[in-house]
Write a protein that binds this ligand. Sequence first.
Ligand code: ZN
Length: 444
Amino acid sequence: MTNQAAKTAKQWIDDADAILVTASNGLSISEGLNLFANDQKLRDVLGDLVDKYHLPNLLTAFGYKYPDPLDYWRVVARTVEYYSNNYETSNYMLDLKKIIGDKPYFVWTSNVDHHFALADFNNLFEIEGNWLEGVCSKHPDKHGVYKLSSKIHELYQKDQAGTLTEAGIPKCDKCGAPLALNTASEVFQINQDKLNDFQNFIEDYENKNLLVLELGIGPRNQMIKAPSMQLVAADPKSHYISINKGELFIPDQIKDRSIGFSAAIGDAFRELLAGRSFGAHTEGPVKKQPKPELSPEEKAKQEAVMQKFYPNYMVDQSTRPGSYPMYLMIDKDHHSLLHTVQYGQSWMYSIGDAALVHCFTQDGNYYQVRLGLDKSKNEVHGFYADPGTFVAIETTGNNGVGFSQVSTDIPVGGDGAILVPRKDKLLQLFPNQRDIIERFSVDQ
Ligand SMILES: [Zn+2]
């Protein structure tokens, strides 16, 4: 059926009135910019700073609080010079231009590398800004946005020549305060003109034949992915093509108008351009099918099983497509037994006593997270558990409320299966956590 999928996808593109391209870090990674990688390239780009600060990846390098502001700007200069000032339009961008042809389009991305603009995609909304722009760190909303490309190039040259001093740090023309990069932070200034253009585009193609082409956005992205799926769900003429190797996730509501490529972006582009398969794995489109109804007895049985893992759970299905929040109430008689779900999950504290989450990872690590609001007790408001982590949750009773309420997201398209670890295997892997495992295992 994959030949048919490629053919249908190309047809959708050809028939579209307009194309909305959505992109996140999967595209950057394809282009060679991986914010999460700890590899030789990190060392090539950041040089001596990697060892000096034990930097595991670029994401950490940008967020690190450097004792010396010059080192922060060295990180910026080395990274931005390499990935953006020296950027050459990639084959991905060239293929994308061919796919769009002369159709109206808009690009909506969370990537800060500015690659779309550098490749001459001008209908572009960068929802988290880009690292070639700066704002005043003292008066971000009043002193305008600065173009930093040539300033960063100068910084880079001085850094390489060993002549960089405090005087080289970019400053606000109006008040002399240091500039900050205009990317997601408390000083971030959204580009209002681009936002307006983007909203006009969405309005113009509302209820028309809009094609959403999604490039490398992870299933948990709530910033671009969920709202763009919502657009497709709301407009019965629209279509959705998602490219995300190994992490396709298409909600039931739009499955009949969606095709997913679990493939490298370049491989999927090749098929979209040719309208035939070269072997990429695809999913959909699938005809809508009514779900088989469970008998009342089956429902009651399912409910009883669910309550063991998710005491007093409540699912709110009214809000977003993609996933819905589920709230659990945990008290001393009802803790959440050890289980895992197929997807990675965020867990958030909502109210009540702090909750203690026991986590067992697939590679043999055990850790605890306290979900709550008291930072002095190392409590965190939320955390993310990787796919495959076994979790169990109990209340700490610390505030005397008598229960903890926490929430998590359940993917809409998931089959609802709960995976339970084998107690004997867990005991072998985690001999030091015998008590916890005994306490939180389902009777097997
Ligand atoms: Zn200023």
